[in-house]
Design a protein around this ligand. Structure first.
Ligand code: GRF
Length: 197
């Protein structure tokens, strides 16, 4: 029986696309993306999933009476999908410790910096790259890591460095880091599925 993956995404889903492409090339060690779940009904990630015939779900926090009720629905959806791994790919919700404990060691995230630098609440999107440039760093990069209760604090699985170039703007740096994200997320998943991590 193949390993089942659920991807949680709020936005464009380019990392989801990289995972789908890897799955097609049999570069995910036989794992199958069985569910793409979003907190936003307009997330382009959902369109990408539908194009591939992958099941989708939308759980908007606004439709629930509390964060706990929303997380309970999320948990049920993941259990119903029998997800072995839960991959956060641009998922903009912070999950509670209780939720994370339920899937302990099976939730993974990708972050656009060399963690532990430029991680934690407030470091998302262009803010990460702006901070890297403001601090005149010579390098940045991307990290795939396990999810623990502290935001972006879990053990790193795989990282790759990107050199900061003279004249970089947050946007140009973001673009090069994103290319690296698309390389390392599928590779990290392949290693996880094969039990190499
Ligand atoms: C990526 O930069 C990822 O590291 C961060 O959110 C962004 C999502 O991009 N967590 P996409 O939706 O996969 O295109």
């Amino acid at each position: 029986m193949s390993v089942k993956i659920a991807v949680l995404a709020s936005g464009s889903g380019s990392n989801l696309q990289a995972l789908i492409d890897a799955q097609k090339k049999e570069a995910l060690a036989g794992a199958q993306i069985v569910l793409v779940l979003s907190d936003r009904k307009d997330a382009y990630a959902l369109t990408r999933a539908k194009e591939q015939g992958i099941s989708t779900r939308v759980l908007s926090p606004g439709d629930f009476s509390s964060k706990g009720a929303w997380e309970a629905a999320l948990r049920t959806a993941l259990l119903e999908a029998e997800a072995d791994w839960i991959l956060l790919a641009g998922f903009l919700r912070i999950l509670s410790g209780a939720f994370i404990d339920h899937f302990a060691g099976r939730i993974v995230n990708i972050h656009p910096s060399l963690l532990p630098r430029y991680g934690g609440e407030g470091y998302y999107g262009l803010r990460v790259h702006r901070a890297v440039l403001e601090n005149r760093e010579e390098e940045s990069g991307a990290s795939v890591h396990f999810v623990v209760e502290g935001c972006d604090e879990g053990p790193v699985i795989l990282q790759k460095t990107v050199k900061v170039e003279p004249g970089d703007t947050p946007e140009t740096l973001q673009k090069r880091v994103l290319e690296v994200e698309h390389e390392i997320y599928p590779e990290a998943v392949r290693r996880l599925v094969k039990g190499l991590v």
